[in-house]
Write a protein that binds this ligand. Structure first.
Ligand code: UD1
Length: 416
């Protein structure tokens, strides 16, 4: 007997989450259970550049996607619509039992909508709609101007099974009326991947390449990532923030692997004077003339290693708030809110928004202060994806008929 699970990836932050699911499926199938999993991977092509997509497949040893929709960029509606059209065709051919979507990008929303609006006649002659599973459900920034918040709310409202990463997500879902039996608090699949690849990332030469390594130790440096429309799409907001980053770059090298959306803004708004291209101009790390050091987007292993040894990370990413929490690296978040409050209570995260003064104040406090050792959030232990697969298999077996033998085997191998 087998069940068919179809997992969807589209944009960069999806890849590290699905990598953990792929690994858990591989491990499950290797244990010779009578119920096997046929796993199909679909890439929507929302992110398509080599350094936004292909590099992650290599670094994370992801299997090549079985299907690639090649949707590319566009307005939110155009991109969502293209994914929906392509994904409907995929569902009608593949006819999976379960569709797994992760995170909060447009690919997540589009494939969730299609999953719950597509049906076919199954072997018993009944209309069948696949089960929709959302991994990283329930996170809320309570800011509906963020496209990701809209994607999260709609995806959660449609999902049959909701896997959560932190207690706040459980509370949000219950408050929104999601039945408790649909919600499973399993931990964080992105942290599964971080813990799995942490030692391999040590082989990266990125610090040497950036002249940030001196004999046997890393020199102090900071990292910046910035791509949220609220921060980069408005020239005035972007300039105010760049003034703060420029000040920081006089204290220590500030390396900035730049997202394509942000690079486009920098070029269009003619803000090149703030930057030096690290790989072309190769400034010495302590050169006082240096500006913010621009890099292309980095692969997973290089970025993980760079983040692990940084003095501080400045970011508006969601995932990086979680990764720095586990790495114990101070994180200054360039947003007024976070959908991941556990990173504030159990991690290193501090919210400063886009205000220049606050950014500098927090940077100064962090680099002068003692580094606090955070305690890892509950269940961020590297086993979230195994829990997810165990629960899905358990549910499938329950709905297929009475037999608990195999579930027992899996549970005894991977206790919570
Ligand atoms: C998307 C996600 C965001 C996630 C981010 C990570 C949504 C709504 N947003 O934002 O949650 O944090 O990915 O990167 O899904 N582009 C390229 N090459 C690429 C991809 C994008 O050049 O491979 C450029 C295109 O010009 C595009 C722009 O970047 O118009 C934005 O891409 P898009 O996928 O629409 O959103 P992101 O800003 O990347």
């Amino acid at each position: 007997m087998s069940i068919k699970i179809l997992s969807v990836v589209g944009a960069r932050p999806n890849f590290m989450k699905i990598a953990a699911i792929c690994e858990a499926v591989r491990e499950y199938n290797a244990t010779n259970n009578s119920l096997s999993i046929d796993h199909v991977l679909v890439h929507t092509g929302q992110h398509y550049d080599a350094n936004m997509s292909d590099m992650f497949f290599n670094d994370l040893e992801l299997p090549s996607p079985n299907l690639f929709l090649g949707v590319g960029s566009g307005s939110h509606s155009a991109q969502t619509a293209k994914i929906m059209e392509g994904f409907e065709r995929v569902l009608l051919v593949e006819k999976p039992d379960i569709v797994i979507v992760v995170g909060d990008v447009n690919s997540t929303l589009a494939s969730a909508l299609v999953t719950k609006k597509t049906s076919w006649t199954n072997q018993t002659g009944r209309d069948f709609i696949p089960k929709l599973v959302h991994v990283e459900a329930g996170l809320r920034s309570f800011d509906r101007t963020m496209p990701e918040e809209v994607n999260r709310i709609v995806t959660d409202a449609l999902s049959d099974v909701l896997f959560t990463t932190e207690e706040s997500a459980n509370e949000n879902l219950k408050r929104e009326g999601v039945q408790a039996e649909k919600i499973h608090f399993v931990g964080n699949v992105m942290i599964d991947t971080l813990l799995r690849y942490r030692s391999k990332a040590k082989e990266s030469t990125i610090l040497k390449d950036l002249q940030l390594f001196d004999k046997d130790h890393a020199k102090p440096y900071a990292i910046l990532t910035l791509h949220r429309p609220a921060n980069v799409d408005d020239r005035e907001t972007l300039i105010k923030m760049l003034d703060a980053f420029l000040q920081i770059s006089r204290d220590m090298p500030l390396v900035f692997p730049v997202h394509p959306r942000t690079l486009k803004q920098i070029q269009e708004a003619d803000l090149g004077d703030y930057f030096v291209d690290h790989f072309i101009d190769r400034p010495e790390p302590w050169d006082s003339r240096v500006r913010i050091r621009l890099l292309p987007p980095l692969g997973y292993l290089d970025f993980l290693e760079l983040m692990s040894l940084a003095q501080v990370v400045l970011t508006d990413s969601g995932g990086i708030q979680e990764e720095t929490t586990i790495l114990g690296v101070p994180c200054i978040t360039l947003r007024d809110n976070t959908e991941r409050p556990v990173t504030l209570t159990h991690g290193t995260n501090v919210l400063v928004g886009s205000d220049c003064k606050k950014i500098i104040e927090e940077f100064t406090r962090v680099v002068r202060g003692q580094r606090e050792i955070p305690s890892a959030p509950q269940l961020w232990d590297g086993h979230a994806a195994r829990r997810i697969i165990r629960i899905l298999v358990e549910e499938e077996r329950r709905s297929a008929g009475p037999s608990g033998a195999e579930v027992q085997t899996i549970e005894s191998q991977h206790p919570d």
